[in-house]
Design a protein around this ligand. Structure first.
Ligand SMILES: *[C@@H]1O[C@H](CO)[C@@H](O)[C@H](O)[C@H]1NC(C)=O
Ligand SMILES: *[C@@H]1O[C@H](CO)[C@@H](O)[C@H](O)[C@H]1NC(C)=O
Ligand SMILES: *[C@@H]1O[C@H](CO)[C@@H](O)[C@H](O)[C@H]1NC(C)=O
Ligand SMILES: *[C@@H]1O[C@H](CO)[C@@H](O)[C@H](O)[C@H]1NC(C)=O
Ligand SMILES: *[C@@H]1O[C@H](CO)[C@@H](O)[C@H](O)[C@H]1NC(C)=O
Ligand SMILES: *[C@@H]1O[C@H](CO)[C@@H](O)[C@H](O)[C@H]1NC(C)=O
Ligand SMILES: [Zn+2]
Length: 509
């Protein structure tokens, strides 16, 4: 008798332990990224499905990505709300300045230590936290007691306190398909359900895209996941290969738009329209590469690669250099005025507005070039017609942000904002408390519907029975005993008990 009562009590007080209180019905959330979708790509192509989505939801004029405007770094900013110098994923490539080893994008996806550098992506935070409704009025708590409890907990700064949230009390269930960062482990934990693409993967195949969408719908309905991230490698590939102004890029935008139509159709067919918030965004834009007066480091007078211990060049407009001991000033001075469109900085002097250089992974010298110019190193190996990585203030690096669903206003166009602010919005939509981040919820709050506003019915909605989590599927199975692999029903009493002892003890008793 004593034990069940204690657990009931723990369950009731646990609601008050969470700093964020949400309405009892929690919506699901799908974050979709179409890589390299420049902010104005829908202006020279018919995009009926994106237009319909804008009319039914929210559209930002454009979104400013973080710098450098590369795929993995900018996606990790979406997942953490941090600039690159604060999350540490400062390049698509893992590298070691001591050995000179550099790994390409795909291999780097599997290097957990590259990703897990002090910032927790939202998947893990969501899995550690329950989104708990406030206790009903007739429970043991008076509102004033609850407030006191919360004040005490927040004031206590008890290092044990966040650990309580990290216990899989009733954590949200998350999934990810091909999204950068999916493959890595963070503090030993990983996304509950994941699909990681094979090394040789065609990112453009529309049939595969639809299969991914079908999988997402299954995860939301049959597996009752709360939050899924879904990545498509286009229109980035087409933009690189054919250039951002090409007919091939325009055709790819039509494919993207068809896919948005298919996605929203499947959301309706799955009975999710009134309980799923959908965000469609991207990592960066695309710029036409200038092939005249190119920047070629090898030909700079008085420069020699013999003065370097390490170089990361030939990756669009960004370069990282480690000069040999005593050579920094020399290398700096010969490169500094080598080309009118090349910018060379010592780490400490790199413009602060980029929020890029203040990280231990950044080398003593940094290069970046003006929009259109890429940096060639020893050999010419870059032949793309389109490129990104440029200054995030350049209009062609700006990207898209669209949202629709029960939480969002209808037919609203909002002013541009920075991508570091997306994370706080995702946390708000999921009802979880964010980790420290560089954005603000205030920026995106105007997009959100007033919770007091009644939502219009959007067709027949059947209550979906929460289903048991099944074994993770897909090419990679989570190997560990992460929170996702625990059976919630079996673990709940244990976890509630632990939460009681670790978390609420100090605050309550
Ligand atoms: C981030 O990675 C660097 C090495 O690349 C390492 O020195 C540093 O300790 C890491 N920081 C955290 C918080 O993991
Ligand atoms: C696209 O993917 C589907 C399903 O994986 C496959 O059957 C088809 O052959 C692919 N098409 C191309 C052109 O690669
Ligand atoms: C990828 O698949 C598309 C069709 O879905 C095809 O047009 C394209 O050529 C393929 N790309 C490669 C590199 O195989
Ligand atoms: C290159 O080095 C030579 C010899 O030290 C010097 O005279 C010349 O001015 C240097 N040129 C540049 C462009 O730095
Ligand atoms: C650089 O980062 C450190 C933490 O790694 C921080 O304490 C410091 O304030 C930062 N400096 C600037 C100029 O942002
Ligand atoms: C998970 O934990 C159980 C019980 O502690 C253990 O038997 C099992 O081997 C673990 N599985 C993995 C993949 O670590
Ligand atoms: Zn790219």
């Amino acid at each position: 008798m004593l034990l069940p009562l204690g657990l009931l009590w723990a369950a009731l007080s646990l609601g008050s332990c969470f700093p964020l209180q949400r309405a009892p019905t929690r919506s699901k959330l799908l974050l979709v990224s179409f890589d390299g979708f420049r902010w104005n790509y829908d202006q020279d192509v018919d995009t009926p499905n994106l237009d319909t989505m804008a009319a039914e939801g929210v559209k930002a004029k454009y979104m400013t990505p973080a710098f450098v405007t590369l795929t993995s770094p900018c996606h990790f900013t979406l997942l953490t709300g941090r600039y690159l110098e604060n999350h540490g994923v400062i390049h698509n490539m893992w590298f070691d300045t001591k050995t000179g080893v550099k790994l390409p994008y795909y291999t780097t996806q599997g290097i957990s230590s590259w990703w897990d550098n002090g910032s927790l992506p939202i998947w893990i935070t969501a899995q550690r936290q329950a989104s708990v409704a406030p206790p009903p009025a007739h429970t043991l708590h008076t509102p004033s007691h609850a407030a006191t409890l919360q004040e005490k907990l927040q004031a206590s700064h008890d290092p044990q306190w966040p650990r309580v949230l990290s216990l899989p009390v009733n954590g949200l269930k998350t999934g990810s398909i091909h999204f950068p960062g999916t493959k890595a482990k963070y503090q030993g934990e990983e996304v509950y359900k994941k699909m990681v693409e094979p090394a040789l993967f065609n990112y453009s195949n529309e049939t595969n895209w639809r299969q991914s969408i079908d999988t997402v719908m299954e995860w939301f309905t049959a597996d009752n996941l709360d939050f899924i991230t879904l990545y498509f490698g286009e229109p980035d590939s087409s933009g690189h290969k054919f250039g951002p102004e090409s007919t091939q890029r325009k055709a790819m935008i039509e494919q993207v738009d068809r896919t948005v139509g298919y996605l929203r159709q499947r959301i309706r067919e799955s009975g999710l329209e009134s309980k799923l918030n959908l965000i469609i965004t991207s990592d960066h834009g695309m710029e036409t590469v200038i092939k005249t007066n190119e920047i070629v480091i090898r030909t700079v007078s008085n420069f020699t690669f013999k003065d370097l211990d390490f170089e990361l060049l030939d990756y669009g407009p960004n370069g990282l250099l480690v000069p040999k001991e005593g050579k920094l000033e020399h290398v700096y001075s010969v490169l500094k005025n080598a080309h009118p469109n090349l910018h060379v900085y010592k780490k400490e002097e790199f413009p602060k507005r980029f929020h890029y250089a203040n990280h231990s992974r950044i080398t003593p010298l940094l290069l970046y070039s003006d929009p259109g110019y890429v940096i060639h190193g020893r050999y010419k190996v870059q032949f793309n017609k389109g490129e990104h990585g440029f200054d995030n203030e350049a209009m062609n690096m700006k990207t898209i942000f669209r949202a629709v669903g029960p939480a969002f206003r209808k037919g609203l166009e909002v002013e541009p904002f920075e991508s570091v602010n997306v994370y706080a919005l995702l946390c708000e939509l999921l009802g979880i408390s964010p980790e420290p981040h560089d954005g603000s919820l205030e920026v995106t709050k105007p997009m959100l519907r007033d919770p007091a506003e009644p939502t219009e019915p959007t067709g027949p909605t059947e209550p979906t029975e929460p289903t048991e989590p099944t074994e993770p599927i897909g090419p990679t199975k989570p190997g560990g005993n992460g929170s996702g692999s625990l059976h919630p029903a079996k673990e709940l009493p244990l976890m509630l008990g632990l939460a009681l002892v670790l978390g609420c003890w100090g605050g309550i008793f």
